[in-house]
Design a protein around this ligand. Structure first.
Ligand SMILES: Nc1ncnc2c1ncn2[C@@H]1O[C@H](COP(=O)(O)OP(=O)(O)OP(=O)(O)O)[C@@H](O)[C@H]1O
Ligand SMILES: [Mg+2]
Length: 230
């Protein structure tokens, strides 16, 4: 369960202060998949950075499965993020000097899982996205869609409670995005993880359990779309 209460975050722009998030409230239930939409500059990425503990709020609270992330100091937030949060980014952010399996395994190693256990789990995660056969490929030998599936495996390998995705299909063509979507949605659901994904893609949003729009610093419910499915 993710509970966001009265969350505020401002950024200084020269002499003026821009309040990007303004006493924002929201809840995400276990295994729920929420899409966040909103205009460019509305603060979607800054919101994800607060949910993950990369950034700190000016006021308010983010409580993730009983842990008040906002009140933790920097080292504790880093540990929390490593253990309990997974990320999928628009530009994949894979490490080009590591092969596919090493990219996935790194997350486990950062969490203290090493050796055969780490190898087995990373191969299983790659199998889950249909890429076991590419485990020892160089990252740049993969297509964009395959790279994003590696990124999904990496985001889920340590079984995080919360998966955050910032425009995960933003750098993929429509067809590749449509292939990736069920992988992302079904894997988070079968693992019981919460998914919060920022997207400009209506098709992606329509596949989420709930769509919220970030506007004027707060999240607003959007009516369910006809294609809505659970
Ligand atoms: N680390 C930061 N330092 C200063 N200002 C920031 C920072 N992060 C975000 N902002 C400001 O917050 C506002 C909203 O952020 P941002 O543009 O990333 O929102 P977004 O909804 O993710 O947009 P997009 O859809 O273009 O990704 C912007 O005006 C941006 O300049
Ligand atoms: Mg953004």
């Amino acid at each position: 369960m993710l509970t966001i209460r009265q969350l505020s975050r401002s950024f200084r722009e020269g002499s003026r202060v821009h309040r990007v998030l303004d006493r924002l409230d929201a809840e995400v239930r276990p295994a729920e998949r929420v899409a966040i939409m909103g205009r460019s500059g509305s603060g979607k990425s800054p919101l994800l950075n607060l949910l993950s503990g990369i950034d700190r709020a000016d006021a308010g609270a983010v409580e993730s499965d009983g842990v008040e992330v906002t009140s933790l100091g920097e080292p504790a937030r880093t540990l929390f993020r490593r253990a309990h949060v997974g990320f999928v980014y628009q530009f994949f952010n894979l490490i080009p000097t590591l092969d596919v399996a090493e990219n996935v395994r790194l997350v486990l190693e950062l969490n203290g899982v090493r050796g055969a256990a780490a190898r087995t789990r990373s191969l299983a995660a790659l199998a889950g996205v249909g890429l076991a056969a590419r485990a020892h490929s160089a990252v740049d030998q993969l297509s964009g869609g395959e790279q994003q599936r590696v990124a999904i495996a990496r985001a889920l390998v340590h079984e995080p409670r919360l998966l955050l995705a910032d425009e995960p299909t933003g750098n993929l063509d429509d067809e590749t995005a449509r292939e990736m979507l069920p992988v992302l949605l079904s894997l988070t659901r079968t693992r019981g993880a919460m998914l919060v994904m920022v997207t400009h893609d209506e098709a992606l949003a329509a596949a989420a359990d709930r769509v919220l729009e970030l506007r004027e610093g707060r999240l607003h419910a959007r009516p369910a779309t006809p294609g809505h499915r659970r």
